[in-house]
Design a protein around this ligand. Sequence first.
Ligand code: ZN
Length: 477
Amino acid sequence: MTRILAALVPACLAACSAQADNGWVLRDVVLISPEREAPLAGQSVWIRDGRIEAILTADADLPTGVEIVDGAGRYLVPGLMDAHHHVSLVPGMGPAGITVAADNPDLVALYMDQQPRSLLYHGVTQILDPSPLNAWRDFEASDVRPDLFRCGEIPTPGGYPGNQQDEGAEAGLHSYELDPDEAGAAGPLVDRMVEDGAICVKLYIEDGFGAASDWPVFDAETLGEIREAAHARDLPVLAHANAIDMYQIALDAELDILAHGLWNWNWPEGDPPVVETLDRLAASGTGYMPTLMVMSGISAQLRPGSLDDPDLLPVVPSALMDFYRAGGSDFFTEELASDFPPAMPREEMADIMGFAIRRDQQATAYLHQAGHPLLLASDCPGSPNHANQPGLCTYREILLMAEAGVSPQAIFEAGTINNARRFGLDADYGTLEPGKIANLLLLEANPLEDVTAWNRIDTVILHGEAHARDSFRAAAD
Ligand SMILES: [Zn+2]
């Protein structure tokens, strides 16, 4: 059955598009859409010119001049949006064009070719890249790819993330520098972002990783100026923060979305005010991106045998896998391990890093129980780890949210309507309603019953065009 439908859909659309100029109808599917209270069986969806033209009951008269595809036994859902994905960062290498990636241009080209396909293989039909750096135009040049949305990124002068990039290597990576001492600089800077097509502003509230806590951060006045400039142009502000004190700075500045979950609970003395901080976040309606995969990927990099994971095969070109297996990404493992006693087994280091995942899961579950709408956002690859591969990483973010106790319904909303609304994209995405862009998934199982349905994708529909999932697999050799 799976094979029949998967084979039939693309073949028909390719062969029949000339005569079927009135679009096509996917007949007799179960619709699952966040604005509906429950799945609705026996529906047909008419898709034309890349959008949903109409939703019809299965027994309604069909329009003329359409191709008909049988969807019986399948579930139709909006395509997923991962609102935190980095198109310019190569897993196991780092930013395209510098250091390790610069030494391996052929592998980077293979990765860049596979990246959009891996996202689509896992049903990610829209991504938001908060800091698109230098390679997003390459991504946009792919002929089949998820729709890409971008923030304009303002690095912190003398601070994060430039201070974590090799000396000189950051040149050309960051497009929007702000001098906090220059009065009125935020407005023209955000104007330039808007002209460049950004739909949000990304900034960093980070005073250091590990033992460091002396990196500079923007002061309250500068954060306020950036916020006002962004809001005057209808752009939300997305703030990197993952520690309690950094969260408080972001909440004081009334920034719109926290780009990471609250996993760093370090506090100088007494009980850390985790609950108070999350209550404040929920009360203010501030967006929350759990990005559970950040610490998961770092933990996986340290864990021996992480490259034996069979789920990597459909999304990693085999030559890139060979590179990892030959030790190409070991530089990052060694960098991570250097923070631990040299004699400590790597498994134990991985477990210690995993502690932060559970804290983030606790924070995420707390917000879920408080009824706060979450955002699906994986931050992949997020670090030069080889474990967080595009698409698979989004799926695993879903699994980690579910493991934390977030309901399948809330995860569904996080990956569809919540992200669409947060970034002002809900006129085009997020539900199955007439007029919306036909970026859709045909699933073999109901994702509201079990989130593993997100890995049982039959067909990916992109701007109205159907693609069998397997057509996006990485080539085996
Ligand atoms: Zn990120």
